[in-house]
Design a protein around this ligand. Structure first.
Ligand code: MTE
Ligand code: QUE
Ligand code: MOS
Length: 814
């Protein structure tokens, strides 16, 4: 593995010095305005009247805007069902009703307090169960089916059924939703947004204000974290600031406070999944019928796509011959829930991993043996998913085998069992162990999103600027793309400067999401740089045949020599992905080698080589283009959403994790004693960045499954809207012993440079903490179920309830 780069993040040093610029670090313009928002305190209410007179008299307040000031009020990434500003009715606590513009943040905030909105509260739907009762849904019912699950269930030797309850989680990015908008000449707007999806932000701003797309440019330098929360929900924030900038012709800044951000923005969708499963005496799953219900909140946002991904991941790493999974998104009166690392994946995978634990307990087997008997494998045709896609480059059996050995699974299991039989008597903390897997489909399940474009510029000193549609949110997409481009030209990464993402350079982009930022944009950048490399190679070959005294650098000023000509590579392409033969790694043309900042070809210059800068200069003087713009699209995707069949993904990122936890029998406190992770990331571009993604995703997932609980009051208002009441993991909560290893895998020839995407998949491995928690609490003497049910998150209280249900029942009655 030592051949892979381990360069630090390209912004590591400027993050440390504080030089890195986030939205609110932008220097204030002299005439800049601050924006604040008035939002609904009710989950559902009719707006009777909005009184702004008093607020307009607050010193410093210069304008207040409501729905009537918006040109086109409806927006939405998939369905345009959500108003920028609520008009007649509000549908969640935090829904924006009015925008206040003022000379300072304090004045804006006082103005917001002085706006009087009269509401008539209406009954609200505040749970999945209530939504089902009222048949309150978003979108259509969805279903994926293979074989005859009903019949297979009835004839199965063993059967069980149950429900998993999965709650939401806040993204807890460090930089809140934020935008600064500058009005430019002739009605144009320059929007700086903390957004994963600049094109969407551009479109929502333009549409909302009635401007043509050509007059709105959205620029994203970086985000202080996104995690899915800034894929759709950054757009309306930018639109509020843009409305002020456009109407008052002054720069406008809107940066949410942490509390407002947490109240207003949607979370990970809660899910409630019902299942019944048939299996044989060896633990082999014969049939699965699952009905997935999610809480979409008040508007569609991305919830229907999230549900689709949950349905496509309900198999996870396991072959299920007869299977039916249905999905329904419930419309409730909560903030519209949205993308969060893993999208729907974790909600499907949680269910099947829980099912496996239940099968193991029912049969008195080790859950690892049940997993291994069900894992996707080529033998016997057990490598086709329920939607009909073959699992190619399947590393799962290997990942199970290797991790089982490297984490000493069996000996630790024996030791933990001995410990737990003692602990049941002594009252010591119980311990649990579980080894789970992830198989995460890489590609947007919505085909048109699987495209990207990139601009590569080579300057005359041999340094580069590269602009793509990818947005940097800390994941290191810029570092990876720069590294791929640099390696193709044989230069150091720091010779390549990644440009801020801007819709006037890279238009019609997809969100940086679905873990595909490097895959898509890196591929486009590589296609572009390869065309430049091909032209430079042709120049090098021709230069080698000419006396250096006659090279353009010596003669071009005189204009006497003939010019070198190259085949124009950008206009004669038929295949849009020409050059995308990723298995070959680096491309070479005409035998010309690029390495260590030089270009090598026999007879080229006195030493058979030139510096890249020298060659670039000769190319320029021969009027050969040194810039290239390329477009990339993922091939062979043919998933049919209606039939629920086909190739939904280009490939699968896979991994396994084993977690050992302890649960205090008196307090319910959960500690992660040790975690071992083994991931298949193909051939990483940068191993250090990938390992930090694995570690970070796992810890973020741990928070979701253990301590991060969103508390809403009975009226649907979020009470836990600050770190004081919402517990994300800190350094002491991370596994006491933590091993992260990558499997060497050179076999992923379908993706750029043989890599596999890393951003989301490892989050799903945190489910091993949740299944290990259930494995621990089942040993409590007072537990009533063989494998007690734990919600996600399995908080301290949840674990205590599972261990001592009778005691809690007494309190619950009171
Ligand atoms: N890593 C950091 N540091 N910050 C983030 O916001 N977002 C995650 C993941 N890793 C995120 C992150 C999510 S939800 C996704 S989809 C991917 O990064 C997106 O980036 P990529 O496609 O370039 O991996
Ligand atoms: C994973 C994702 C997304 C997805 C599908 C995935 C995602 C996203 C969309 C989406 C779907 C339909 C649209 C649209 C976006 O789908 O992030 O604009 O019309 O935005 O499997 O992460
Ligand atoms: Mo990530 S949830 O696809 O932004």
């Amino acid at each position: 593995m030592s051949t892979f780069s381990t360069l630090p993040h390209d912004s590591a040093h400027t993050h440390v010095t504080g030089e890195s610029e986030f939205i609110d670090d932008r220097p204030r313009a002299a005439n800049e305005l601050d924006v604040d928002l008035v939002y609904s305190p009710h989950a559902r209410a009719r707006i009777k009247k909005i009184r702004t007179e008093a607020a307009l008299k607050v010193p410093g307040v210069v304008g207040i805007f409501t729905a009537k000031d918006i040109h086109h009020n409806l927006w939405g990434t998939i369905f345009q069902d959500q108003p920028l500003l609520a008009d007649q009715e509000v549908f969640y606590v935090g829904e924006v009703v009015a925008i206040v513009a003022a000379e300072s943040r304090e004045a804006a905030s006082r103005g917001r307090e002085a706006v009087v909105v009269e509401y008539e509260p209406l009954p609200a739907i505040l749970s999945i169960d209530e939504a089902k009762k009222h048949e309150s849904y978003i979108g259509f019912p969805r279903s994926i089916k293979r074989g005859n699950p009903e019949e297979a269930f009835q004839s199965a030797p063993h059967r069980l059924e149950g429900q998993v309850v999965i709650r939401g989680a806040d993204h807890f990015y460090l930089e809140s939703q934020a935008a600064v908008v500058y009005p430019k000449e002739d009605g144009q707007l320059e929007v700086h947004s903390s957004s994963q999806h600049p094109t969407e932000t551009q479109h929502v701003v333009a549409h909302g204000l009635g401007l043509p797309d050509r007059d709105v440019t959205c620029i994203v330098k970086r985000m202080g974290g996104g995690f899915g929360g800034k894929e759709s929900q950054a757009a309306p924030i930018a639109a509020y600031a843009a409305l002020v900038a456009h109407r008052l012709k002054r720069p406008a800044r809107l940066v949410l406070t942490k509390d407002d951000d947490m109240v207003m923005t949607g979370k990970r969708n809660p899910f409630q999944n019902d299942y019944r499963v048939g299996f044989d005496s060896d633990g082999r799953i014969l049939s699965l019928e699952a009905d997935l219900f999610s809480d979409g909140g008040a508007y569609a946002d991305l919830s229907t796509s999230i549900m689709e991904r949950a349905m496509l991941h309900s198999d996870n790493a396991y072959f299920i011959p007869h299977m039916r999974v249905t999905g329904r998104v419930c419309r409730t009166h909560f903030h519209p829930h949205t993308a969060f690392r893993g999208f729907g994946g974790p909600k499907g995978v949680a269910m099947i991993e829980r099912i496996i634990e239940e099968i193991a307990v029912a049969l008195g087997k080790d859950s690892l043996d049940v997993r291994k008997i069900n894992v996707y494998r080529a033998e016997g045709g057990r490598d086709i998913t329920h939607y009909g896609q073959k699992v190619e480059n399947n590393q799962l059996p290997e990942l199970f085998k290797k991790l089982e050995a490297s984490c000493q699974y069996r000996s630790r299991r024996t030791e933990i069992e001995a410990h737990n039989s003692r602990a049941a008597k002594t009252g010591e903390p119980l311990r649990g162990l579980s080894l789970t897997a992830v198989k995460f489909g890489i590609s947007f399940t919505t085909r048109f999103l699987n495209q990207a474009n990139a601009l590569v510029i080579v300057h005359r000193d041999g340094t580069l600027q590269v602009g793509t549609g990818a947005t940097e949110m800390g994941q290191g997409v810029n570092a990876r793309i720069a590294e791929m481009v640099a390696r193709e030209l044989g230069i150091a990464r720091h010779e390549v400067r990644m440009l801020p993402t801007s819709t006037d350079r890279n238009a019609n982009t997809s969100p940086t999401a679905a873990s595909s930022g490097t895959d898509l944009n890196g591929a486009a950048a590589l296609l572009a740089v390869r065309r430049i490399k091909k032209r430079l190679s042709q120049v090098a070959v021709q230069l080698a045949a000419i006396d250096p005294k006659r090279w353009a650098s010596k003669t071009a000023g005189l204009g006497t020599e003939e010019e070198i000509l190259v085949k124009n590579l950008s206009s004669d392409l038929n295949d849009p992905n020409e050059g995308a033969e990723w298995s070959t790694g680096m491309a070479t043309y005409d035998g010309v080698e690029f390495s260590e900042g030089r270009v090598f070809y026999p007879g080229l210059g006195p030493s058979g080589s030139l510096s890249l800068a020298e060659l670039v200069n000769e190319a320029y003087l021969n009027r050969i283009s040194l810039s290239e713009y390329a477009h990339y699209r993922i091939p062979n995707l043919n998933f049919d959403k209606i039939q629920g069949k086909g190739n939904a993904f280009l490939y699968f990122t896979q991994g396994t994790a084993c977690s050992e936890v302890s649960v205090d029998q008196q307090t319910g406190e959960l500690k992660v004693l040790r975690t071992d992770i083994l991931m298949d990331l193909g051939r990483p571009v940068n191993q250090a960045l990938d390992i930090s993604q694995v570690t970070g995703a796992f810890v973020q997932g741990m928070g979701w499954v253990s301590t991060e609980k969103l508390f809403y009051n009975s009226k649907g208002a979020l009470l836990s809207h600050a770190p004081s009441t919402y517990k994300i993991p800190n350094i002491q909560d991370t596994p006491r012993e933590f091993h992260v290893e990558l499997l060497a895998n050179e076999g992923n020839t379908v993706n750029v440079r043989g890599t596999k995407a890393v951003g989301e998949p490892p989050l799903l491995l945190a489910l091993s903490v949740w299944t290990a928690a259930a494995d621990a609490v089942r040993h409590s003497g007072e537990a009533e179920e063989k494998l007690p049910r734990l919600e996600i998150p399995a908080t301290q209280e949840e674990c205590l309830r599972a261990m001592q249900p009778a005691r809690f029942r007494r309190w619950d009655r009171a």
